[in-house]
Design a protein around this ligand. Structure first.
Ligand code: PGA
Length: 254
């Protein structure tokens, strides 16, 4: 069975004190997670080491960066490379979040470079894809997402694809309170898996966890996660509330 993953994306929120308190609150609850379930916590860069320390005794919890650079090292003020992340034992990074695409002009080609560098440093990318509202309204979402996958991922070989997590996040559902229906999520996840299958074959396509993101909350997580091709969620707003996120973790398929 594929890994079922609840990933928190704290984005640019919380002071260090608030971040530590939130992490403590989340860890206070009992989850009884199986080996097949995993929780990722994507925090602002300055908090990576502190929150990682808190997770050190939690087998199923892992720290995650929210981004990593498209260049290896050097004079790139303000950037954090995959090598730097590796040097502090951070082995997951969100790559290609729609906010990075929109506000920082990251395109599919640049994301391909980020992915190559992340994989070269042993970092597992949580690669985000998803269409804006205009594309959904024109019913072109399948082609749009397929192009994102092709242009950023399809230069990779099958072994590299084994170290991958994909998050489908329709932009119109991020932070808007508007969630894709579980049916829409399943439909796109199946499409993504089919595209992966054509390129990499069944075994690889079936081994990659595909998370849904976009206004996942305690009240809708179970219904979305229960779909056969949905392997958990990437959660923004609701991951900032311990009670919400813990219910989301508990909603993962066993
Ligand atoms: P949201 O964000 O849960 O607040 O919609 C999801 C994301 O951007 O990863």
């Amino acid at each position: 069975m594929r890994k079922q993953i609840a990933a928190a994306n704290w984005k640019m929120n919380l002071s260090i004190q608030q971040a530590e308190d939130l992490m403590d609150e989340i860890l206070k609850m009992e989850y009884g997670l199986s080996d097949n379930q995993e929780v990722l916590i994507a925090v602002p860069f300055p908090y990576l080491m502190r929150i990682k320390e808190k997770l050190s005794t939690q087998k199923q919890f892992n720290i995650c960066a929210q981004n990593s650079a498209a260049t290896k090292n050097g004079a790139y003020t303000g950037e954090t490379s995959a090598e730097i992340l590796k040097s502090i034992d951070v082995f997951y990074a969100i790559i290609g979040h729609s906010e990075r695409r929109e506000y920082f002009h990251e395109n599919n080609q640049l994301l391909a470079q980020k992915i190559d560098l992340a994989l070269a440093s042993g970092i597992k990318p949580v690669f985000c894809c998803g269409e804006p509202l205009s594309i959904r309204e024109a019913n072109n979402q399948n082609d749009y997402v397929e192009t994102q996958l092709k242009e950023s991922l399809f230069h990779l070989n099958a072994t590299q694809m084994k170290n991958f997590i994909i998050a489908y996040e329709p932009i119109w559902a991020i932070g808007t309170g508007k969630t894709a229906s579980s049916h829409q999520a399943q439909e796109m996840h199946l499409h993504i898996r089919t595209v992966l299958c054509t390129q990499y074959g069944h075994e690889i396509a079936n081994s990659i966890s595909i998370l849904y993101g976009g206004s996942v909350k305690a009240s809708n997580a179970a219904e979305i996660f229960e779909k056969p091709d949905v392997d958990g969620g990437l959660v923004g707003g609701a991951s900032l509330v311990a009670a919400e996120f813990s219910t989301i973790i508990k909603s993962l398929k066993k």
